[in-house]
Write a protein that binds this ligand. Sequence first.
Ligand SMILES: Cc1cc2nc3c(=O)[nH]c(=O)nc-3n(C[C@H](O)[C@H](O)[C@H](O)COP(=O)(O)O)c2cc1C
Length: 465
Amino acid sequence: MPDPFRHYDGVPVLDLPADPLVPETPALNVLDGVSGATTAGDGPAFLSQLLFYSAAISASKRAPSTGYRYSLRVNPSSGNLHPTEFHFLTRGLKDWPDGLYHYRPSAHMAEQRALGDLEMKLAGSSAPIVFVLTSIAWREAWKYRDRAYRYCLDDIGHAWQALVLAARAIGCDSFATGHFPDDEVSQFCRLPANEWPMLVVELRGRSIPIREPDACETVWHGGRANRLSKETILYPSIEVIHDTTKRGNRAGGGLFAAEQAPGGSGEIKLPPPDSSRRAFGEVVRMRRSALDFLGGPQSISLAQLSAILAATTLPLSADFGGARFIQLYLYAHRVDGLQPGVYRLWPEQAELEQIRSGDQRVAVAGLSLGQELAGNACVAFSMAGDLERAARAHGDRGYRYVHFEAGAIGHRMYLAAEALGLGATGIGAFYDQEVHRYLNLTPEQGQVVYHFAIGYPVPDSRLQA
Ligand SMILES: Cc1cc2nc3c(=O)[nH]c(=O)nc-3n(C[C@H](O)[C@H](O)[C@H](O)COP(=O)(O)O)c2cc1C
């Protein structure tokens, strides 16, 4: 297994103050677009709060057989392998030197890779904080092989939402750019060959403590990226798909307005969403993936389901966010007022359309690579991505955006479930073709890109806060 932490060695490392204050705005309100506030009065306190609630370590587990202890983070990741790295550029933050940094979650510190006024020439961005989220595909590929690229993209979707929701909880707006020239951003950040830029996220807002930017020459420390494994195995199909979806290469093309998703309606109107007052900060630090769910009689209410679905429908603030590409299919096992069956969500109308009836527990566990948690949950999901429509608007780059959206929806469902006292698990392992057959999905209707499950988690004795 590759080292789960990337470090840039040989650079100054800046402390982020311990114990940042808990963002108190209720998590469901933040998911609903409500901005919170912060009392952080300087750059270090602000960055510490932002990262503590988006990317930091939040718990650990000990494997009973070996005693090996490993860490878990605020943002979830397929196989807990964390291919995503958080780099960020700051300009004019109070009591914090302008420069380019890499977040070191193992110590909650910032590695200073460059000092001075660096401006990324992306859409003329002059935001005080700009994140560059990168992926290291090898971290996933050693386990998931060719399928790893998808996991990396889903994980970016999760990390993106972890970041922008934490930012919103402390009073910042965000905008994500997916349509950037890859090689230019790589060179700008001086990334090693095995780390790929995936998403650029600008943060703005009156809550960011600012001063005039430094008018000084840029000093590059760079740093040596640590070696993650003694050896790596090349997966040519990952290199090919990454290269194909790069801008500046064959993907080329501009960013066109995508056709809107086809509309539809269903016979079941969702009720007003359930509410919860649980603070954002508490919810994100407590969020965990359930290893399995209690398969007993306990059900969730339709209002709880409605709140979870409502959290997925808010617009995505991104250059590719003008149209949505994911359609949700639900396998309802134990939801009050819903007959067991498969339903399609029509988000505009907040309606569900039943497309299959009967007990789905064995079927969806089977479709999810035999993982029983999909059957023991109260509700499981298939996310169908309209790759054709995405490609018509964004070229091959659209492949990435569909997966970012799936990860983003998954992340919002994790937080909504946690806020409502439920548990959730993202499921990247499923039999694609069998899911298409089971849902009668034609290629024009999309392809399954992610599964998800929500219910009452089985207690996990290995977990340590
Ligand atoms: C894209 C993605 C795919 C995942 N696929 C699975 C899966 O197939 N089965 C499973 O049990 N957990 C899956 N997980 C959950 C991860 O194993 C979990 O996030 C990781 O172990 C870290 O634990 P945490 O979420 O509690 O921080 C997935 C998570 C993500 C983000």
